[in-house]
Ligand binder design. Sequence first.
Ligand code: URA
Length: 274
Amino acid sequence: MLHEPAPSVHQLLAFYLEAGVDCALSDEPVDRLAEETVEDLAPAQRPALRTSAPLTAAAPAVVPSSRNDAAPPPDIAITSAREAARTATTLEELRALLDNFDGCALKSTATRLVFADGTPQARIMFVGEAPGRDEDIEGLPFVGRSGKLLDLMIGAIGLDRTKVYIANVIPWRPPGNRTPTPQETQICLPFIQRQIELVDPDILVTMGNPSTQSLLRTREGIMRTRGKWIDYDTGRRTIRAMPTFHPAYLLRSPAYKRLAWQDLRAIRKALTPA
Ligand code: URA
């Protein structure tokens, strides 16, 4: 029988990096296979979900009582997120609610909350998918490579970062920049919807498929939705939303910058008084 030589540390690290594992979550390794799952426990031993002291009477943030890095079941977390988000009357309250919300497991692996950048008085709001490594370090959305391209896109409509508002559907970095699960998106959705309502922009720009599909409730891909105005009900009023390409996608596929430019021209026209 042929034995492969054991991989070197360098090869192992390269393997992990390629698989998207680029950050350590704790100082000690954890043998997940040796861990007891909730299903392994007798019903009487299973941990009960605890609802932490609400920030406001009607805004419970659900946390599990046994481990603070485990999230509650998605349906409970989604209900809790909806109830919590509804109670925020200002962006500061919403940020504080998110900081106290333990219903999304991504919070326990991210370094910090990435809430928003720009001005809450902006007439235009851009929404991406989720923070990456640079955003997780700085605590601001779109500060990495795709952020530099977003700055150029914003410049193309005659504005800069201080005159727009930028946020993400998911406010915590998924480990290794993996795609957020549908459950994670559903849990975070009430918060970004409330954030849009509180900013109350005239124009919403959804960047890429995840942001477009979750906020504009469509299954159509970005190739079909981009460049078209879609009504968005903030809960207060109907505003105009425009899906366009995510800057990270444009970095990978620069040929689509031409179409993105068309979208930006339509947005600039919509912002210009007649
Ligand atoms: N990609 C996103 O969707 N959001 C960020 O903040 C950064 C990269």
